[in-house]
Write a protein that binds this ligand. Structure first.
Ligand code: UD1
Ligand code: UDP
Length: 352
C-alpha cells in the first residue's frame, strides 16, 4: 500500500515523526513537503533532529496570501498525486498545507486520512477553523486526539470511520522528553536556571495581525516581572517590525530565534509558566505539567482548562498579567491517550 503524506508547517513535522516511523514499517510513504515553512529553524532542523525521512517532493511554495499559497499548493500537489497514484493521502492538523492535500485527494477520489480530526474553536475568523472543517468533511478516515473531538464530529454528522487514538504529539513528547533533558544545552547556553523564567510563544494571526492586540500583549509582558524567554515566530517578528514595535526594550524579555524541538522541550520543562497562543505548546505544557496561560479567547484543547492547568485570557493586558501572576495548583488527567496514537492509526488503516 502507498500513502502520500502532505505536510509543510512546523507542528506537522513534529506530528509526522512518530507516525512516519510506524507507517514505514508496513507501507510505502511518499512525503510531500509544500514548503509553507522554509527557514532552516522552521523546517530542516526538525527533519534532522527527529529523523524524519527526506521529503520525496519539495514544492517550495513559501509564504503568501491564503489564496495564492493554497492555490499554488493545489496545482503542485495535484500533479504529484496524479503521477504517484497513492492509495491514501494523509494530512495533519489545520494549516493551509492540510487543506490543500485534502482537497486535491478528495477531488481525485483518493481517500483522505486526517490526523488530529475533530478539533474546533467555534471561531470561523480563524483560518485554521476553516481548514479543519473543510478537511474533516472530505476525509475518509478521521483520527481524533480526544473524546471531545469525536463528539465535535458527531455533532456535524461525521460518525463513520472516526477513531479516538489519542494525540500524536503525546507520542512525540514521550519519545523525545528524556533525550531533550540529556542533549539540550539551551538552559546553560542562555544562562537560565530551572524555574527562573517564563516561556513565551505568540504567532496566531488573530493576535499578530492586529496592531492593537499585539501592543496589548507587549504591554502585558512589560508588566510581568522577571525573565521572559521568547523564541519568536517569523510572522510575529515581521509584524513587530511592520508596526514599529520594539519588544527588545521590554525589561527582562529575551528574544531568541525559533529553536529546535529538543531545545523547545527543555525550555518548556524548565519554565515556571508558559504563555502562548500555540495549540501544540498548550498541550506540551499540559504533558509536562507546567502551568499555562493562553492568550486567546477560545481553545480547541478544552481538556487543558479543566483542573486549572491552562487559563484563557484573550489579549486583555490585565487578564494576562493576573493569570501569569496567579498561584495555581492544577489537577491533571490522562485525556490525550496512552502515547501509542501512531500505532493505532497504522493498525486502523491496515484493517480497512
Ligand atoms: C501557519 C498555520 C498555523 C500554524 C503555524 C505553525 C495556516 C493558515 N497557518 O501559520 O495554523 O499554527 O503555521 O507555526 O496555515 N515565515 C517566514 N519563514 C518561514 C515561514 C513563515 O519568514 O519559514 C513568515 C512569512 O512572513 C509568512 C509568515 O511567517 O508570511 C506566516 O507564515 P504562514 O505559513 O503563512 O503562516 P503561520 O503564521 O506560520
Ligand atoms: N516549537 C519548536 N520551536 C519553537 C517554537 C515551537 O520546536 O521555537 C514546537 C513546539 O514545541 C510544538 C510545535 O512547535 O511542538 C508547535 O508549533 P506552533 O506553535 O508553530 O504551531 P501550532 O501548534 O500552534 O499550530
Amino acid at each position: 500500500m502507498k500513502i502520500a503524506t502532505v505536510l509543510g508547517a512546523r507542528p506537522q513535522f513534529i506530528k509526522a515523526a512518530p507516525v512516519s516511523r510506524v507507517l514505514r514499517k508496513q507501507y510505502t510513504e511518499v512525503l510531500i513537503h509544500t514548503g509553507q515553512h522554509y527557514d532552516p529553524n522552521m523546517s530542516a532542523i526538525f527533519f534532522e533532529e527527529l529523523n524524519i525521512p527526506t521529503p520525496d517532493y519539495y514544492l517550495g511554495v513559501g509564504s503568501g496570501s491564503h489564496g495564492k499559497q493554497t492555490g499554488e499548493m493545489l496545482m503542485k500537489i495535484e500533479e504529484i498525486v496524479m503521477q504517484e497514484k497513492p492509495d491514501y493521502v494523509l494530512v495533519y492538523g489545520d494549516t493551509n498545507s492540510t487543506l490543500a492535500g485534502a482537497l486535491v485527494a478528495s477531488k481525485l477520489h483518493i481517500p483522505v486520512i486526517h490526523v488530529e480530526a475533530g478539533l474546533r474553536s467555534f471561531n470561523k475568523q480563524m483560518p485554521e477553523e476553516i481548514n479543519r472543517i473543510m478537511t474533516d468533511h472530505v476525509s475518509e478516515l478521521l483520527f481524533c486526539p480526544t473524546e471531545t473531538a469525536v463528539e465535535n464530529l458527531r455533532k456535524e454528522n461525521i460518525t463513520r470511520n472516526v477513531w479516538n487514538v489519542g494525540d500524536v504529539m503525546y507520542d512525540a513528547i514521550l519519545y523525545n522528553k528524556e533525550l531533550a533533558q540529556r542533549q539540550s544545552t539551551i538552559l546553560a547556553d542562555l544562562s537560565l536556571a530551572e524555574q527562573s523564567y517564563y516561556l513565551i510563544t505568540i504567532h496566531r494571526a488573530e493576535n499578530t495581525d492586529d496592531p492593537d492586540k499585539l501592543k496589548a500583549i507587549l504591554a502585558a509582558f512589560r508588566d510581568i516581572d522577571g525573565t521572559k524567554v521568547w523564541p519568536i515566530h517569523p510572522r510575529t517578528r515581521h509584524k513587530l517590525e511592520e508596526y514599529g514595535l520594539d519588544a527588545s526594550a521590554i525589561p527582562g524579555l529575551r528574544l531568541i530565534d525559533p529553536v529546535g524541538y529538543l531545545d523547545m522541550l527543555r525550555l518548556e520543562s524548565g519554565a515556571k509558566k508558559i504563555i502562548t497562543d500555540s495549540g501544540g505548546v498548550q498541550k506540551e505544557a499540559y504533558f509536562l505539567r507546567v502551568p499555562c496561560v493562553t492568550v486567546r479567547e477560545q481553545t480547541e484543547w478544552v481538556e487543558t482548562l479543566k483542573g486549572g492547568a491552562n487559563i484563557l485570557t484573550g489579549t486583555d493586558r490585565e487578564k494576562i498579567v493576573a493569570a501569569v501572576h496567579k498561584e495555581v495548583a492544577p489537577v491533571y488527567a490522562d485525556v490525550f491517550g496512552d502515547g501509542h496514537a501512531a500505532e493505532k492509526i497504522v493498525a486502523a488503516i491496515g484493517q480497512r
